[in-house]
Design a protein around this ligand. Structure first.
Ligand code: NAD
Ligand code: MN
Length: 355
């Protein structure tokens, strides 16, 4: 048996309602998987900031680093006005733990009119997000500039991760989770027709990474210029399997793709580094619906599965994906964001029953 130690960071608002659901599904996995879990409750977020003076208490980082195999992060509220000393804990966590990839699968039910099943793999450490900006005066007025930094190292590792994800998705399909895709495909996103050096480096390095022996025979590789990609993403989203993108395009594409499946309550993500992954639903703390037991837990349950994938537990992940898909396809117990009347508790119970 393998024991995994998982940090639980509910954060604020509905994070406190959905993260306990994530814990429940791990505890409900069949014994035949020979997986045991230990949980550590950790603080981060606005409430933590008000209580301790730190949005990301040092203890949380230390415990994640030294004791945990993975973690689940709910959502945090950011104050509507800037508050001195407060900054986003998830951004800080990505830096502190070197979680260099943001992985966002977007999947509809197979019975949808236009079913989609893609994952966007976004580089998360560089590009224009290095935040090296400056503003200066000229006779014609102010000019502002930002650095867009693309490195071979970061491009290589993100493309390698995309290739590995493509292979793993095939394994999960082979284990019986239905999909619209027949074989793995990675699409490299760039704008190297204009940015020949920065995006050119991303493109050629990604090509090189995906030509590695372990991918060459089984993972198809194609490229797409980012603007035409947006067009195709809206018109023919079913064509995409794995998309790999530099930070900025990845940010925009992943929010856009999430809109294709109807509710933020369905979309998971993972922040991934070397040997560590944090599952995180894409939605925020949703203060408008907190405390009513109506938040959709599926984004979190899928984030749990995604975290398990990165801990090399594909079979356990596939069980969760199948149980969630079955709940959605039957469509009897859906939360209000999907037009149903079921409570968070009822949706979770229905999914656990299907494991
Ligand atoms: P939000 O994602 O919290 O909510 C947007 C809308 O979607 C709301 O109407 C909400 O009710 C609905 N919604 C979100 N998740 C849902 C779910 N699981 N089930 C059903 N409905 C759901 O975004 P927002 O309203 O812009 O932000 C609210 C707070 O969350 C802000 O303080 C914001 O800063 C924070 N936020 C945090 C994160 C994060 O922690 N990663 C991400 C986005 C926003
Ligand atoms: Mn974004």
């Amino acid at each position: 048996a393998r024991t995994l130690r998982i940090g639980l960071i509910p954060g604020d608002g509905i994070g406190k309602e959905v993260i306990p659901a994530g814990r429940k599904i791990l505890e409900a996995l069949p014994a035949s998987l020979k997986l045991k879990f230990e949980f550590v409750d950790l603080k981060a977020g606005f409430e933590a900031f008000e209580q301790t003076g730190a949005a990301l208490p040092e203890k949380t980082v230390e415990i994640l680093k030294n004791e945990c195999d993975g973690a689940l992060f709910g959502a945090v509220s950011s104050p509507s006005k800037a508050v001195k000393g407060y900054s986003s804990p998830i951004v800080a966590l990505r830096k502190r733990l070197d979680l260099y990839a943001n992985v966002r699968p977007v999947k509809s039910v197979m019975t949808a009119k236009n079913p989609i099943d893609m994952v966007i793999v976004r580089e998360n450490t560089e590009d224009v997000y290095v935040k090296e900006e400056k503003t200066y005066d000229t006779p014609e007025g102010k000019v502002a500039e930002a650095i867009k930094r693309i490195s071979e190292k970061a491009s290589f590792r993100i493309a390698t991760m995309a290739g590995e994800i493509a292979l793993r998705r095939q394994k999960i399909r082979d284990s019986g989770v239905p999909s619209i895709h027949k074989s793995p495909m990675v699409t490299i996103t760039h704008k190297s027709n204009v940015l020949s050096q920065t995006d050119g480096l991303f493109r050629s390095t990604a090509r090189e990474a995906l030509a590695a022996h372990k991918f060459a025979s089984s993972v198809g590789v194609e490229e797409q210029i980012v603007d035409s990609m947006v067009y195709k993403l809206f018109r023919q989203p079913e064509t995409y399997d794995v998309i790999v993108a530099p930070n900025f395009y990845g940010d925009i594409l992943s929010d856009g793709a999430a809109a294709l499946v109807g509710s933020l309550g369905l979309v998971p993500s993972a922040n991934v580094g070397e040997g560590f992954a944090i599952g995180e639903p894409c939605h925020g703390s949703a203060p408008d619906i907190m405390g009513q037991d109506i938040a959709n837990p599926i984004a979190t349950l899928r984030s749990v599965a995604l975290m398990l994938e990165f801990l090399d537990e594909e079979v356990a992940a596939a069980k969760i994906y199948s149980a969630v898909d079955a709940n959605l396809e039957e469509g009897r117990l859906l939360s209000p964001d999907l037009g149903g009347t079921a409570s968070t508790t009822q949706v979770v119970e229905d999914i656990l029953r299907r494991l």
